[in-house]
Design a protein around this ligand. Structure first.
Ligand SMILES: NC(=O)c1ccc[n+]([C@@H]2O[C@H](COP(=O)([O-])OP(=O)(O)OC[C@H]3O[C@@H](n4cnc5c(N)ncnc54)[C@H](OP(=O)(O)O)[C@@H]3O)[C@@H](O)[C@H]2O)c1
Length: 262
């Protein structure tokens, strides 16, 4: 990059000099967040299983002048998470470090405790809770050493207000909310911020993966009007990351205006 471009980036882009890892970057909220953080000047490390999708996003980011690295893998696997973090530290263009970790990869599951497909419970917990918690723990250990940094965990409004239409999934987001707040209390003295972002209903591949149908979902939300695009969550994440270092927006809930419940 030419020197005068670098100088301009430093003054106009609030995340210039930061390196951000975003999991679940191949779709929805993760994709929009990776793009947004790159536009704000961060070097971004993209993670998800579908490498073709990540490569396409990487090309889009590069076209816009951003710095990007792709690491494909499973966010429910400890060894794949270790590989992701090692790859970020080995990425020279990212400065051989990371400052921000957006713990976003996750999946939904339609139905209550009585009605949800219990053959998917284990997979959901491995991804939404165990994988996410392991990534948060590894990132926290590293960021404590650097005495600064951000961990952004993606929870859900159903991780605060339980609702039968997605009660089992909601329980995994209650867990991540508890883990995020517990971690915040552990690391805040070391200059590390932890933020829990709780989206309301966002239109993405989430609904299809969760198995939502007219009967078990869409009928019940028809009155809510225009739902959120992933961009609304990405903008919120970028906003909280660009607060002064002594300001930790530890929780944020972003709903479509018409979402009365949950
Ligand atoms: N959409 C909503 O209404 C809503 C509301 C509240 C909270 N959330 C939360 O927001 C986060 C993102 O959801 P979204 O709406 O953006 O859904 P999405 O469009 O389905 O995106 C999910 C992302 O997670 C990745 N992912 C899923 N399983 C994975 C695995 N085992 N290993 C690695 N990556 C995996 C997917 O990539 P690959 O398939 O390529 O691996 C994809 O990039 C999730 O944590 C979700 O629970 C969503």
């Amino acid at each position: 990059m030419a020197k005068n471009n670098q100088a301009e980036e430093k003054t106009t882009k609030l995340l210039y000099g930061k390196t951000a890892i975003v999991t679940g970057a191949s779709s929805g909220i993760g994709r929009a967040t990776a793009l947004k953080l790159a536009q704000a000047g961060a070097a971004v490390v993209l993670h998800a299983r579908r490498k073709d999708r990540l490569n396409k996003l990487a090309a889009d980011i590069q076209t816009q002048g951003g710095r990007v690295c792709v690491v494909a893998g499973d966010a429910a696997s400890v060894s794949h998470i270790d590989k992701l973090l090692k790859s970020a530290l080995n990425w020279k263009e990212g400065g051989g470090k990371y400052d921000i970790v957006v713990v976003n990869a996750g999946r939904g599951l339609a139905g209550s405790t009585l009605l949800s497909d219990n053959s998917q419970w284990e997979e959901l917990y491995h991804l939404n809770v165990l994988g996410a918690a392991y990534l948060m723990r590894c990132a926290a250990k590293y960021l404590i050493g650097r005495k600064s940094g951000d961990i952004v965990a993606i929870g859900s409004v159903v991780g605060r207000n339980i609702s039968p239409f997605s009660a089992f999934y909601g329980s995994s987001k209650f867990a991540i909310g508890a883990i995020a707040e517990g971690l915040r209390q552990e690391v805040c003295a070391h200059g590390v911020r932890v933020s829990l972002v709780m989206p309301g209903i966002v239109v993405s591949e989430f609904q299809k993966v969760a198995g939502y149908s007219e009967e078990n979902f869409y009928k019940g939300i028809a009155h809510m009007g225009k739902l959120l695009e992933p961009q609304a969550i990405a903008d919120g994440i970028c906003w909280l990351l660009t607060q002064p270092s002594n300001v930790n927006v530890s929780e944020i809930m972003i709903r479509p205006t018409g979402q009365n419940y949950p």
